[in-house]
Design a protein around this ligand. Sequence first.
Ligand code: ATP
Ligand code: MG
Length: 427
Amino acid sequence: MAQTKALKGFKDILPNEIHLWQRVEDVARDIFRRFAFFEIRVPVLEPTALFVRSIGADTDIVEKEMYTFNDKNGDSLTMRPEGTAPVLRAYVEHALHLKSKVARLYTIGPMFRHERPQKGRLRQFHQMSVEVIGAAGPLVDAELMAMAHMILARLGVSAALEINSLGCPDCRPAYNKALVDFLESRRDNLCDDCRRRLDKNPLRVLDCKNKKCRAEVEESPAITDFLCLPCGDHFAAVRAGLDAMAVPYRKNRFMVRGLDYYRRTTFELVTDQLGAQSAVGAGGRYDGLIESLGGAKNTPGIGFAIGMERLVLLLAANEPGQTPGIDLFIAGLGAAAGNYAFRLIHALRGIGISCAMDMDNGGLKSQMKQAGKAKAGHTLIIGDDELATGQAVLRNMASGEQRPAAIDDNDINTIATALAAEIQPGA
Ligand code: ATP
Ligand code: MG
C-alpha cells in the first residue's frame, strides 16, 4: 500500500486550526509594517556551504540537524534550517546595500531540522524571521526586542525577554579561556556532550539542558565581566533603550544561543508553558557574518526569529478549534432549481459572498446536512415551487428562523445584491 502518513516530525495544519496561524501572521505583518520592515522571500534549498560557513561547523544544527543531500548534479544542497543565512545571501547577491543605508527585512516560512520531535519541536517548523543589515548602534538591538515583544503582546502571549552579551572577537577569547580553565577542573562531572563542547565550543556548555551540567556552571565566570569597553558600552545602551521604551527584560548570563555567528547582543523570549521547549523566539547581533558571506567589510547585522508552532500552541491553549464557515449554502432541489442556484451562486461570489452548493444535486435532507457541515450562516432553499412563485426560503442556520427571499424574474445580479444585503451579519 502507498504511504498514507506524513513523515515523522512533519505536520499537516488543518482548516480547524488555520485561523490561529493566520492571526499570528496577520499580527506579525502589521507590526513589521509599523516598524518599517519589508518582506523578502528566499528559497528553501541552498548550497550546504552557506549554512556550514555561517552557522558554524561545530554547532548542533550543522553537526546533527540538517537535511543535506546531493542532487542529480552531485551538488550538496541543504533544506534551510534557519532564515538568516539565505536572507544575507540574497542581500549580498542583489547588492541591496545600494538600495538603502539600512536594510530591514522579514521573511515567513518553513525551516527544516532533523531533531527528536516532541511538543513544540518539529522537523519542519515555521519561523517569522527578521534581519536589520547595515546598522551597528545599540538602539537597533533594543528596537528589535521591542518589536518582538509587541508582536507577542498583541497576540496576548506572555513571554519573558532575556538578554545577554557574548562580546566580540576582541574580548571573547579571554572569557573563553577563563571558562575553559574553570570547566576543566570539573570535566568529570559534565555530560558527554559537554565534554566534547569543552574542547570545541566551550560557550555551549553554559546552555546545556542537563541538570548536572547546569549545577556545575552555576559558579562559572560571567561573560559580562569580561566585555571590552565598546562591548560593555553597547550592552549598557541596549538596556537603556529597552528602559526608554518600558520593555521589561532580565539579564541571563547563561544564554549563549546555538549558532556561532552571534556577537554582542543575544536575546530570547521564554515561556514556562511549553515544557522543555521554552524559547518562543530568539536572536542576536551578527556583525561580521555578512562580510564572511562575501558582503562589504564591517557590515553590521542583527536579527531574530519567532517559532510559529510554539506561538500557535500558546494561543490554542486558550481557545478551542474552530471550523471555518461560509456565508450561504444554496440548496437547489431538482434540475431547474439547481441550474438557477448555479447562476445565483456565481453572481453572489462576484460581489463578495462566500457560498457553496451541492453540484451533484442531492435531496433536501442531504443538502441541509451539507449546509450544517459547511457551517453556513444562512441556507437558501430553492425547489420547483419556489422557482414558479419567485419566492425562495431563506433560513438563518443559527436561529432556525425562515423568511421568504425573492428569486423572481429580475436579473440575477439584482437578486444577488438583495440577497447579499439580507444575509449580512446583523441583518
Ligand atoms: P531550541 O533551544 O528550542 O532548540 P533554537 O535555539 O534551536 O531553539 P533558533 O534557532 O534560535 O532556536 O530558532 C528560533 C525559534 O524557532 C526558537 O525560539 C523556536 O521558537 C523555534 N524553533 C527552533 N527549532 C524548532 C523546532 N525544531 N520546532 C519548532 N520550533 C522551533
Ligand atoms: Mg535547537
